[in-house]
Design a protein around this ligand. Structure first.
Ligand SMILES: Cc1cc2nc3c(=O)[nH]c(=O)nc-3n(C[C@H](O)[C@H](O)[C@H](O)COP(=O)(O)OP(=O)(O)OC[C@H]3O[C@@H](n4cnc5c(N)ncnc54)[C@H](O)[C@@H]3O)c2cc1C
Length: 487
């Protein structure tokens, strides 16, 4: 037997186990000589993230089942999984988001069963700090542990919504104000009265459906600057129109082209047809052109591109028709405590007079934002303090290069600190949905594995110990310190 020590298998920490982190971890595990993976998540359940943790049955996917496979090379994977679960609703259906979360958890359980011993570790913990350590990184976890790894992927999802303008300090602390609809308890409002929802997009739709089902005693007023609701999918089709806008049309020309095509084809097929080209167009634009698009076309783009499932749209129509939900364009200028309620001062669009609405509940439905400087997250604050990250030019999230490597304040990409998912929107724009993130995760895993393999070009050690039982979904972190489970 040779006395030469076996080379160490590198370790990648994936921080966050929503769709982006989960798919990065699974893709890394698929690399035959890839690294170990520590998948770290501070929520109770792994794999569901913000979008698929809901248990409310009327929260549906806004993409048809046929386009929700977790794996780009197996397009029928989710549809087949539904069928094996006895839910053969077919490829054009819009499944429940909670079922999609169950699908992702099933994929994680399968990977844990199949992967080589010691390749995957699930850590139920939050990462609150990250600092360079030799050629790798030292992670500080909320539970007080430090973890040393060779590379890190931030899969942390969107930054939480910002506080709305005009919110007084007292109102911000009031139990009547829900700062983040995903983590607030909306059942606390007193019986009867008016709830004000700030925003009229996808988040508002989620909140309105839930409140209407769970609190039928409430009236709902949704206000946004333009009062635009998301458009809807048709029951079936139409197929994407095959068209190529070229690599660098100006933002104005792109929208003009789309409007022109929409005269002779359904606008949905025009939008879906441009979608495969969007990342290339965005990457080809200058910073000024990107800003122009965001300034002039973003609201229009958002309501056409992110569409409601037909059943959800019909429910929203019913709520509006029955007077439960009112959607208005207007500008909120102040939200203050007023006895037992919150008073909301707002001016409806094109009306001179201010109105004051007494609200038993105000829910911030402005949706996720990407402004790094305003993120309250301790990990983001720590990385910003060390100048290891910077905002992208449009302030949509974290600045990354084309490979997903985070760019430090001095403009240099880190060789071993990556990010994935919606926070990389500044580099790719169209990177918030499953069909885009699954491709990004597979590419990132290939790139990172090859990079670590090159750095450590020698055979891996053989397997000598078993991976601990993974009883998914995980509810708490009561496992022994991670290294003890590894070979
Ligand atoms: C309500 C909603 C509905 C959607 N519906 C669809 C749909 O129907 N179809 C579609 O294609 N797309 C949909 N999307 C978009 C898309 O699926 C999501 O953007 C995607 O799931 C993003 O996943 P993520 O992992 O990047 O982020 P998240 O789901 O937010 O996951 C990030 C995870 O990281 C964890 N985390 C963050 N910081 C730390 C830390 N410091 N330490 C440990 N853990 C941390 C968080 O707890 C979280 O679980 C939807 C999005 C939302 C919000």
């Amino acid at each position: 037997m040779s006395g030469r020590p076996l080379p160490r298998r590198p370790t990648v920490a994936v921080i966050g186990a929503g769709f982006s982190g989960l798919m990065t971890a699974l893709s890394l595990l698929e690399q035959p000589d890839g690294p170990r993976v520590r998948l770290i998540e501070r929520r109770k359940a792994f794999g569901r993230g913000a979008a698929y943790s809901t248990t409310f049955k009327d929260h549906l996917l806004n993409v048809r089942a046929s386009n929700m496979s977790a794996f780009p090379d197996q397009p029928d994977h989710f549809v087949n999984w539904l069928a094996t679960e006895g839910e053969g609703t077919g490829p054009t259906a819009f499944a429940q988001r909670s079922r999609y979360g169950a699908y992702l958890q099933a994929m994680l359980a399968r990977a844990a069963e199949r992967s080589e011993a010691g390749r995957l570790l699930l850590e139920a913990d939050g990462v609150v700090g990250l600092a360079p350590q030799g050629a790798g990184w030292r992670l500080t976890c909320a539970m007080g542990r430090d973890l040393d790894v060779d590379a890190v992927v931030l899969a942390i999802g969107n930054f939480p919504p910002h506080q709305p303008a005009g919110l007084t300090d007292a109102a911000a602390k009031s139990p009547r104000f829900a700062a983040d609809p995903w983590s607030s308890d909306l059942s606390a409002a007193p019986d009867g009265g008016q709830a004000v929802l700030i925003g009229t997009g996808m988040t508002m739709v989620d909140v309105a459906l839930r409140l209407a089902a769970e609190r039928p005693d409430l009236k709902l007023l949704a206000v946004s600057r333009r009062g635009l609701l998301p458009h809807r999918h048709l029951e079936s089709g139409p197929a994407p129109l095959s068209w190529d806008p070229g690599r660098r049309p100006t933002a104005r020309r792109l929208i003009r082209q789309m409007r022109f095509l929409a005269r002779s084809a359904d606008w949905r097929s025009v939008i879906d047809g441009v979608r495969p080209h969007v990342q290339a167009i965005w990457r080809g634009w200058t910073a000024d052109e990107r800003s122009r698009f965001l300034r002039h076309a973003r609201p229009w783009w958002d309501i056409h591109r992110h569409r409601l499932a037909p059943g959800v749209a019909a429910q929203i129509d019913d709520l509006i028709r029955s007077g439960v939900l009112t959607v208005r364009a207007g500008r909120i200028s102040r939200i203050a405590e007023d006895g037992d309620a919150l008073s909301v001062d707002w001016r409806p669009k094109r009306e001179p007079e201010m109105q004051t609405t007494a609200a038993c509940l105000v829910v911030n439905c402005t949706g996720p934002t990407g402004q790094l400087a305003r993120s309250p997250d301790p990990l983001i604050a720590d990385l910003a303090r060390q100048q290891l990250i910077r905002p992208d030019q449009q302030d949509l999230g974290l600045d990354v290069d084309a490979l997903g490597r985070l760019i430090a304040a001095d403009g240099s990409p880190s060789p071993t600190l990556y990010s994935i998912g919606p926070v990389t929107r500044g580099a790719f724009w169209e990177i918030t949905s499953v069909p885009d993130i699954r491709v990004q995760a597979a590419a990132l895993a290939r790139q990172l594995s090859a990079q670590l393999r090159e750095r450590n070009a020698a055979p891996w050690p053989v397997r000598v110990a078993a991976v601990p039982d993974l009883d998914l979904p995980l509810e708490s972190h009561d496992r022994p310190p991670a290294q003890e489970a590894w070979i």
